[in-house]
Design a binder for this molecule. Sequence first.
Ligand SMILES: Nc1nc2c(ncn2[C@@H]2O[C@H](COP(=O)(O)OP(=O)(O)OP(=O)(O)O)[C@@H](O)[C@H]2O)c(=O)[nH]1
Length: 445
Amino acid sequence: MEKFFPAPVANFADLLLDAVCMVDAAGRFVFASAACERIFGYTPEEMQGRVMIDMVAPEDRARTLAAARDIMAGEPNRHFENRYLRKDGTLVHILWSARWSEQHQLRVAVARDITAAKQAEATRAALYAISEAAHATDDLPQLFQHIHQVIGGLLPAACLAVALDDECGGQLRFAYHADQQGPLPQSLLARLMGEEVRRQARPLLLAPATLASLPEPLRAAAGLAPVSWLGVPLTSSQGPIGVLMLQGPREHAYTDAERDLLLFVSTQVATAIQRKRMHAQLRFMAQHDELTRLPNRRLFHDRLETAFARAQRQQNRLSLLFIDLDKFKRVNDEYGHDSGDLLLKEVAWRLQACVRESDTVARIGGDEFVVILENVGSSEHALVVRDKIHQALAEPVPLAERGSLRIEASIGVAHYPEHGADTQQLLRHADNAMYASKTPAPLPA
Ligand SMILES: Nc1nc2c(ncn2[C@@H]2O[C@H](COP(=O)(O)OP(=O)(O)OP(=O)(O)O)[C@@H](O)[C@H]2O)c(=O)[nH]1
């Protein structure tokens, strides 16, 4: 050491928290202070003679060499960051301050380990990105893709899975399970791992070292796929909502620090999921009828405009059925409002059973329903559906304690293009046709 430092400095150079390094013109370490062992994992003796660039993370090598060239050209650099591979294979983030010593023909540099600060910064950025994603994405699947990207930047993750409690809280359902290439098929291991994390309500590390403490079915499933999994419970402000799991790349064994980091981030993930679900629920409520859960008048108009534009563009036919229950008021009056409600729900269900899934059944008023039939081959097809609805509604509706009741409906039909060049005309035609079918024809004089 005295070769590089005068005696008094040499006395305390090894006490410095930052490491002092010297690299010759060929790029080999010729000196490393004691702090190097803590930062790089190599003893000063092990570092001497090593080629500096071999220790740099591959992604950072090109810009490290460029910075070294500038320094050797006489431009000191007091703030250069890169990552080194420690002896144990982990990455360490370094902040360098370096200059070239013409006299000694050496790059003299001081290295500071900024890994903890970098990790804290990355975690903060990840938390922010997850919370932003709750606003920026349209639905849960998109949110999960976003979360996958963010967590993948923070932790090694060959695949990520999110399993959520179903509405009754009894079962875990996989809402997302994918690797970088896309969705993955259901895996028994992921399911068992998810159930175990939920049962234990704490983070779980599945790796060769922890297998012995896990239940037999999970052990058996893991035996077939010797990979490392990390699972944490997802807990929102309203309690547990599911499980978040990561599968490590081959040969990666998750550490306790990585487990703690995932657990920390999971709180934000749970909040984002909860927010997205609430948003979806509010949206559903704004667009659907509470009693029958059918699209309401507002969503019906949206759907009609879209279907109409599509029919025009693709030169397809479209039919509209206006359905009004006959004398429904009497059901309420004679059987009570609850029976009226039950009947409306039954009607909604029967109407849906009469049409294709791609068609729309909406409730647009008390006892008024409407059906949009898309891609109808001919107007006859719509009339067949109308007759099917008459038949379906003619079946008696059983009431819990008061026998059963029958209902009839008046149905008006309008076809595009015959009955309207726009949605208003079409609606008016269907409405008029419905009233015409309701009003008994005047008796001949
Ligand atoms: N049970 C129940 N009744 C409702 C609901 N919404 C509206 N109603 C009732 O539905 C009835 C509709 O009455 P009208 O439009 O006169 O219909 P109607 O008795 O079928 O008469 P016509 O159509 O002329 O045969 C009213 O008594 C409303 O109070 C609901 O959500 N539940």
